[in-house]
Design a protein around this ligand. Structure first.
Ligand code: HEC
Length: 113
């Protein structure tokens, strides 16, 4: 076996060190199975075919299934923090813990509706 050029060794070491830090940031660690107990409060609005709800007026609701877990979690955190203003979502997000948010994000990221 020949010696590896020092530059390659350094690059390999940099990648090895960077990888775990990146993995931690990649997605909130949610448990989609846990979320099944929590989605009842979401499905009334987000689970309707056509993504419309009729109260108080007919309005559209965004489709959650298949969106990235990172996006879903940050949207929920933004409602919770008041950075997003929608009144019903603010009220709901305010009642969710960080773990609820991670679980729900994981669930909807893997769901198809
Ligand atoms: C009363 C109806 C209602 C309920 C119940 C509800 N949502 Fe929503 N949700 C909405 C509406 C309407 C919007 C769009 C709000 C806006 O324009 O900011 C929304 C937006 C969102 C968004 C942002 C989506 C995007 O594409 O930006 C997420 C994420 C979300 N809801 C998750 C949930 C979760 C998780 C639950 C259950 C814990 C839930 N919602 C319960 C009506 C509801």
């Amino acid at each position: 076996m020949g010696k590896m050029p020092i530059r390659k060794v350094l690059i390999a070491a940099a990648i090895a060190m960077a990888a775990p830090a990146f993995a931690q940031q990649a997605a909130p660690v949610g448990d989609a199975k846990e979320a099944r107990k929590k989605i009842a409060m979401c499905e009334g609005c987000h689970g309707i075919a056509g993504y419309r709800t009729a109260y108080p007026d007919v309005y559209h609701v965004p489709k959650l299934g298949g969106q990235s877990a990172v996006y879903l979690a940050s949207a929920l955190n933004a409602y919770k923090a008041g950075q997003r203003q929608h009144p019903s979502m603010r009220g709901i997000a305010a009642s969710l813990s960080d773990k609820d948010i991670a679980d729900l994000a994981a669930y909807y990221a893997g769901a198809h509706k």
